[in-house]
Design a binder for this molecule. Structure first.
Ligand code: FAD
Length: 235
């Protein structure tokens, strides 16, 4: 296995998205290459935990040497409380983009279903923007995003704008703990309804294990094969 190299990156901006979610913009010294869907690994000095690294999906690519990550605070966690204390101008230690959770050649031939909760939407934001804005993808793209309350919806205005601009993009934000004018409950019944006639489709799932395993079981139960279900586990 090759040894991971780390680079000093500067925090060039921070957006407080919700009380427990921050978007960090990291600037590398020189341009980097990445594929939509990949993640970086941050290394922490003296972390009180078995491992001193944490992975974060790249949520956007604004410039050839700046990338965005979107992090949710885990109060009892080892790394996120440290990250949430960081200020603009401070430095972090990052790997180059990693991972194979990317749009494959077969993916550009099929309708796509992206299913996630919380910050699991990060890699999908990169992928969906790349597909719509740069790859002129014309098959359907369906994004199912679950979170608790309206305040927790990430990139809401941006996804609504994409939906308005690109008729092949369908966006389903679903709230589990608040009534609103949109969908409520858990994500599962919503994508299952869309799949009633079992259309040809490819699935990307991202986030925390429990929801992803339930989703994968649901998809297998209605006849989709494991090879058509790509998963990125955050834990
Ligand atoms: C490929 C990959 C990409 C990732 N991308 C992101 C990302 O874009 N944004 C992001 O916020 N996190 C992401 N993570 C999770 C991240 O790496 C850390 O696990 C998370 O930030 C918690 O770190 P911590 O040190 O504060 O908590 P830890 O001390 O590591 O937490 C202890 C335990 O809690 C679990 N856990 C942590 N957060 C949650 C949560 N919100 N819900 C349920 N269980 C949780 C951990 O898996 C661990 O088992 C990603 C993980 C992987 C593997």
């Amino acid at each position: 296995m090759h040894k991971l190299e780390f680079y000093t990156v500067k925090i060039s901006d921070i957006i407080i998205e919700t009380p427990i979610i921050k978007r960090f913009f990291l600037t590398f010294d020189s341009p980097i290459i990445f594929q939509a869907g990949q993640f970086i690994i941050l290394k922490f000095e003296g972390l009180k935990h078995q491992f001193d690294t944490r992975s974060y999906s790249i949520a956007d690519f604004t410039c050839s040497n700046i990338l965005e990550i979107c992090i949710s605070l885990k109060d009892e966690g080892a790394a996120t409380p440290i990250l949430f204390e960081k200020k603009i101008g401070e430095e972090l230690c990052s790997s180059l983009p990693q991972g194979r959770f990317v749009i494959t050649e077969e993916a550009v031939l099929k309708p796509l279903f992206f299913i996630c909760t919380g910050t699991g939407v990060a890699p999908f934001r990169s992928m969906i923007k790349e597909l719509l804005l740069y790859k002129f993808f014309t098959k359907s793209i369906n994004l199912y995003f679950g979170c608790r309350t309206r305040e927790d919806i990430l990139y809401f205005e941006e996804f609504k704008l994409l939906m308005k601009t690109y008729p092949n993009f369908k966006y389903f934000p679903i709230l589990s703990r608040e009534k609103w004018e949109g969908e409520t409950g858990y994500v599962h019944p919503y994508y299952l309804k869309e799949l009633e006639n079992k259309p040809d489709a490819l699935f990307y799932l991202c986030g925390w294990t429990t929801m992803l395993k339930e989703t994968r079981d649901n998809l297998k139960a209605i006849g989709y094969e494991r090879k058509d279900i790509k998963v990125e586990f955050y834990d």
